[in-house]
Write a protein of this length. Structure first.
Length: 275
């Protein structure tokens, strides 16, 4: 009981801080981000507390590697799925996505882990993930990619690899700081977090990467994202990109929002089954 109370206090405290900063940023944004500012912000705050509480409860499962490796759970009629979590998270981010994908016929779901608490740079992490996905491609001809938060940036970096791009039928980014976030100033643990500041050289480097136009990409944005400031940094434009905006949700709540999960799976389905 004490542990649950501690998690609840942590979730509430972090959400108060992040949504207070969001309210300040949103108050200086024109046109307004929210149609009903007080009501929408209150709903986003509640979603943030609940989502962070659930994320903390699920977090230990991210260290059980057998839960997140790609395993055949039925006939492989659809591409394998690769799910890339965000900063300071682990594969438990996908605890609702994975079963939903399997129920929808995506019988191979791989959620690789990477550590952002240490000295590894964004490029170090991307290199490790590229190696893992190449190994996956030795056993399956087609994949789809999804990334939350920094994971969305890693999806873009992975698609610059010709082999990965050639095997990818669709990609989705959720709450990705495509142009950086001021909130990264509070990313005090590890090297990778600081690289997410808007003036970081990471973003010109990402913009200079090849963007495979034959891979359709969906960018999912919440107008109440409490971790990406300014909110416009979530946007991504390009010939192969489309964008949808969710109801007002916190950054973490994007991982627990059933309509967002269904929208991602629907986007994957639009690309068709594995040839």
């Amino acid at each position: 009981m004490g542990l649950l109370l501690a998690i609840a206090v942590f979730a509430g405290g972090v959400s108060v801080l992040s949504h207070t900063i969001y309210a300040y940023e949103a108050g200086n944004t024109h046109p307004p981000l929210l149609k009903r500012p007080l009501l929408d912000l209150a709903r986003a705050f509640v979603s943030g507390v609940a989502a962070l509480f659930l994320a903390c409860l699920a977090y230990p499962t991210g260290f059980v590697s057998t839960l997140w490796r790609s395993r055949q759970t039925g006939p492989a009629t659809k591409p394998a799925v690769v799910l890339i979590h965000g900063l300071y998270h682990n594969p438990s981010a996908w605890i609702l996505f994975k079963p939903a994908l399997i129920r929808s016929g995506y019988t191979r779901v791989h959620a690789p882990a990477y550590n952002t608490f240490g000295k590894k740079t964004f490029e170090d992490i991307a290199t490790d993930l590229t190696r893992q996905i190449h190994a996956l491609l030795d056993t399956t001809p087609r994949i789809v990619l999804a990334g939350h938060s920094m994971g969305g940036l890693l999806v873009r970096r992975l698609l610059a690899d010709a082999r990965i791009a050639g095997a990818t039928t669709a990609a989705v980014t959720l709450g990705a700081p495509h142009h950086g976030s001021k909130m990264a100033a509070l990313a005090l643990l590890g090297t990778a977090g600081k690289s997410l500041l808007p003036d970081s050289p990471l973003f010109p480097a990402l913009a200079a990467l090849p963007d495979p136009h034959d891979v359709r990409k969906l960018n999912v944005v919440s107008p109440a994202d409490d971790m990406v400031f300014p909110n416009a940094s979530c946007s991504m434009a390009g010939q192969s990109w489309s964008e949808v905006r969710t109801p007002p949700l916190s950054h973490i709540a994007l991982l627990y929002h059933p309509p967002t999960i269904r929208r991602m799976i629907g986007f994957f389905d639009e690309r068709g089954p594995t040839p």
